[in-house]
Design a protein around this ligand. Sequence first.
Ligand code: CP
Ligand code: NVA
Length: 268
Amino acid sequence: MGLLFEKPSTRTSTSFEVAAIRLGGKPLYFSASELQLKRGEPVKDTARILGSYLDVIVARVFSNDTVEQFAKESGVPVINALSDLEHPTQMISDMLTVYEAKGRLKGINITYVGDGNNVANSLLLACATAGANITIACPKGYAPGPVFVSKARKLAGKTGSKISVVHDPQGAAFGADVLYTDVWVSMGEEDETEKRMAAFEGYQVNSKLMRMAKKDAIVMHCLPAHRGLEITNEALEGKQSVVWQQGENKLYGAAAALEFVLSGRRQQ
Ligand code: CP
Ligand code: NVA
């Protein structure tokens, strides 16, 4: 298993490495700066060569197009370990965590508060697939990608989940079984920090917002978290938080993703 990471990672990279070892594989990690990619070798050439050495590639990239090119050119299964548009493997552990806490996914009300980013896009698709209801509460101008919203609505047509994008965090939190948040400034957006800090004021998961949700609501965050910005220390460390379980579940999610693409079940 090759891991190609253009951006930092604690959980995703380590969980995939450990999962591969536990399943009898051998992980090889390379940061993009160690490869000839840094000196301008085209992505498609890199993908062809790495694919001829490896059985599976796990890639965290800036542009989603890079992971698409790897999938097209490498000839081996490619797992998206986060791009500017999506974070699909995060969703395996997240859906597992909700299932462990609530005993089902269908009909569960999940409210995501904050930036309509890669995590929000993937959450839309995961909830719509699983039949969970998803409300994204974001400031105007920070909505999830329209392609993801319409894809989610299409999936929801089959599973019965309800999909909403709103701009009122308090209203969105009302009756929620799950309150989920992520960073206001994703990797690669650091130049926008000041603007984003102003835009996301009021989109914090804190005890006031938690009072709007169901009494037994759980609090989720894919991590890394910024205490005092998108979530308070109290909410992150409180009794309703499942973030550490969610983080641990990334290991089982990684193992499941590897088993899925390598066992031949995907083709079936
Ligand atoms: N949640 C998540 O993807 O964490 P890392 O950035 O540490 O991999
Ligand atoms: N939205 C965040 C997720 C980090 C795991 C980012 O892309 O930086």
